[in-house]
Design a protein around this ligand. Structure first.
Ligand code: HEC
Length: 141
């Protein structure tokens, strides 16, 4: 009688986002500070956009998605209209202030020290607009 061995079934890949999420659940009061992708890019790598000139979408992808894409530490998820509605109702200015000053587990400027005030405004517009807001993103000059 043949014996069939299934090799390799014990290997599980670890999803870093899930790992971060479960880490967040076990330490709910921790304040997260991730190194933003822009910190690495500031060395002048070709194609890198310098601080101050990033669009809302670029800011979101390099800084904000870390938490908002999956809802780390109860961050309102990108595109979740129900989670965003009460926050959107406070207005663009109030939300920009929350990002600049930090709120709950969100560090000031989302932990990215090189994020300018105008960039915070762009990032908030892009992020909130995914969930139904109609904020105006200041143009990149
Ligand atoms: C370290 C994780 C993290 C990062 C990075 C992060 N956020 Fe947040 N954000 C949160 C959490 C958690 C909350 C919920 C805070 C609360 O209400 O206690 C939040 C809330 C917000 C809110 C709602 C604020 C309010 O007044 O209700 C806005 C707007 C926001 N984030 C925008 C951004 C933008 C724009 C970026 C990128 C520049 C960003 N966040 C980066 C975790 C993060």
């Amino acid at each position: 009688m043949p014996i069939v061995l299934l090799v390799g079934c014990g290997q599980e890949t670890i999803d870093p986002e899930k790992a971060a999420e479960s880490d967040a659940l076990t330490r709910p009061v921790a304040r997260f500070e991730f190194q933003s992708a822009s910190d690495n890019a500031s060395g002048g790598a070709s194609g890198a956009v310098s601080s101050g000139n990033r669009t809302g979408e670029e800011i979101y992808k390099s800084i904000c998605a870390t938490c908002h894409a999956t809802g780390v530490a109860d961050a309102p998820k990108t595109g979740d209209a129900a989670a965003w509605a009460p926050r959107i109702a406070t207005g663009h200015d109030a939300l920009v202030q929350s990002v600049i000053n930090g709120k709950g587990a969100m560090a000031p400027r989302g932990g990215a020290n090189d994020l300018t005030d105008t960039e915070a405004r762009r990032g908030v517009a892009w992020l909130a607009n995914q969930a139904g807001a109609q904020f105006t993103e200041p143009p990149v000059e």
